[in-house]
Design a protein around this ligand. Structure first.
Ligand code: 0O2
Length: 230
């Protein structure tokens, strides 16, 4: 058996690195909370002032340290906090599930038009679905977080989707995981068909909703032009 000598210095350096990493991740947790609050305020305001709730549910998650390390290695990123903040933009992730496609775009517009939000990237997989049929509107936004030590600008990935898109993505994710990415061709085809059916269902449900309730009050137009990158 080989023994490894670990000096006091090594231990204190490892502890310092661990503390820095925990501080780094806390910034993301705070940024995520800021964005969650914004979304929850929009939801409450809608409910009270328009008697309508455009949001079905909101979930959020912080990437685990293991998953961050795996992505650093996969993307060949220098293990430096600033580089990681620049290159890994989905450490904090929020998923907003809406009833209808118009709600998806309205919420996106209302959130990204806020003065303290900077939009870094938008990927509109609803306008241009992925080849497998995946649909959702993704935005990487930056939100300021005010700490005792100063201000941080935290990137948060927000995915907006409908219930039908969420149902599809959840099943596709499970199948992808079960087959470790090697999904048999017939299942890939079935999933793509199901994605088209989900898209048609979204359109039908929205038509029925409009017929039943009429057009909802017009909401403000987006202030910032969209940065679209797919
Ligand atoms: P998790 O656990 O949801 O976070 P990158 O993030 O840079 O590696 P990319 O392709 O630039 O990859 O990002 P993109 O297109 O914005 O998509 C990233 C996230 O969108 C994924 O996160 C999924 O949540 C979701 N997503 C994208 N494509 C698909 C798809 O085909 N099926 C499903 N079910 N979800 C998808 P993660 O990190 O994969 O997982």
């Amino acid at each position: 058996m080989t023994t490894i000598e670990v000096s006091e210095d090594d231990i204190s350096q490892a502890k310092e690195l661990r503390d820095q990493f925990q501080r780094f991740l806390r910034g993301y947790e705070f940024g995520m909370r800021e964005v969650e609050t914004k979304i929850s305020i929009l939801r409450d305001e809608f409910l009270h002032d328009h008697d309508y709730n455009p949001i079905e549910h909101v979930t959020s998650r912080l990437k685990t340290p293991d998953s961050i390390v795996e992505k650093i290695a996969r993307k060949g990123i220098e293990p430096d906090f600033e580089r990681i903040r620049d290159e890994i933009t989905d450490i904090a992730g929020i998923r907003v599930t809406c009833s209808f496609v118009t709600d998806v775009y309205q919420l996106f517009d209302l959130l990204t038009a806020q003065d303290d939000i900077t939009v870094r990237v938008v990927k509109d997989y609803i306008a241009q679905p992925k080849a497998n049929g995946y649909r959702s509107l993704h935005a990487i936004i930056e939100v300021p977080v005010f700490l005792s030590t100063g201000q941080l600008c935290i990137p948060v990935e927000v995915q907006f989707r409908t219930i039908a898109m969420d149902f599809w993505a959840s099943l596709e994710h499970k199948i992808h995981y079960k087959f470790q990415g090697q999904v048999p061709g017939h299942l890939v085809d079935s999933l793509t068909d199901a994605a088209h059916a989900a898209g048609e269902l979204d359109a039908r449900m929205e038509r029925i909703h409009r017929e039943a309730h009429g057009t909802r009050p017009a909401l403000p137009a987006p202030i910032d032009p969209r940065i679209v990158e797919v």
